[in-house]
Write a protein that binds this ligand. Structure first.
Ligand code: NAD
Length: 218
């Protein structure tokens, strides 16, 4: 069993996977320490924020030394439950869903899409990227049987809510929603909504209104 995770602010928690990935790379290159400036450059988070984030982990960088890569990795593994594999279901094996199945997330992470669901008979019974695809009729049975409590939703928006209701009935705890639909769920269920159009729009806004000046780079 993973240890009880340390309580850290949500904004900090969201940056953990970024830090984790970068530190893992450093570790595999045999690097033992890293400065907050180096980290800042790599993950594009300002050094003051990094220092504050890391203070929650009990990692107080030493002047002229930086942070100990092994210590931080050990902490992140525990906090992100890297030692424990979380099984995930994917609902909607279309363009986006198929890309996720082929990518799967094991390289940097501890999560794995274990099972896919669709209503399209040409997809049911196949495997994509080693992941078996079942019919939606089997959703509840399979999720409960395999103890899966996390799902990714990549279905057309109009069917997103009824599918969410079935997922709730199947005891799902968290839902990563890629559809544009706003979902109603009981308060105990966490939904993260990823809207690529909004991300792109905000990115373009930042480029326009907050151009990176030469001065900032010094
Ligand atoms: N393709 C993208 O780049 C992209 C980007 C951002 C968001 N999205 C959103 O992601 C969702 C999926 O997009 P897509 O391009 O993969 O669409 P798609 O039409 O290629 O795939 C949708 C899949 O859902 C399945 N489906 C339909 N009804 C279903 C049901 N009741 N139960 C289970 N499966 C069902 C279809 O058979 C199909 O395989 C959409 O809501 C879209 O707005 C897509």
């Amino acid at each position: 069993m993973a240890q009880e995770p340390v309580k850290i602010p949500q904004a900090t928690a969201r940056r953990l996977p970024l830090y984790y990935r970068f530190l893992n790379n450093l570790h595999s290159q045999g690097k033992q320490r890293v400065s907050s400036a180096e980290l800042s450059e790599a993950v594009k988070v300002d050094s003051a924020t990094i220092r504050r984030d890391f203070s929650y982990f009990g990692a107080l960088g030493k002047k002229g030394y930086g942070y100990n890569v092994n210590y931080l990795l050990g902490f992140f593994r525990k906090t992100l439950d890297q030692d424990e594999l979380t099984k995930v279901a994917l609902i909607g094996v279309g363009n986006l869903g198929t890309a996720f199945l082929n990518y799967n997330f094991l390289k940097n992470n501890n999560t794995k899409i274990e099972i896919g669901f669709d209503v399209d008979e040409s997809k049911v019974g196949t495997t994509i990227g080693d992941v078996p695809i079942y019919h939606m009729d089997e959703l509840q049975e399979k999720l409960v049987e395999q103890g899966i409590t996390v799902a990714i939703l990549t279905v057309p928006a109009p069917v997103a809510q009824p599918i969410t209701d079935s997922l709730v009935e199947a005891n799902i705890k968290g839902l990563l929603n890629f559809t544009p639909a706003r979902l109603n769920v009981p308060k105990t269920i966490r939904v993260h909504h990823i809207d690529l159009a909004v991300e792109l729009q905000s990115f373009v806004y930042f480029l326009k209104h907050y151009p990176i000046t030469e001065k900032e780079l010094i």
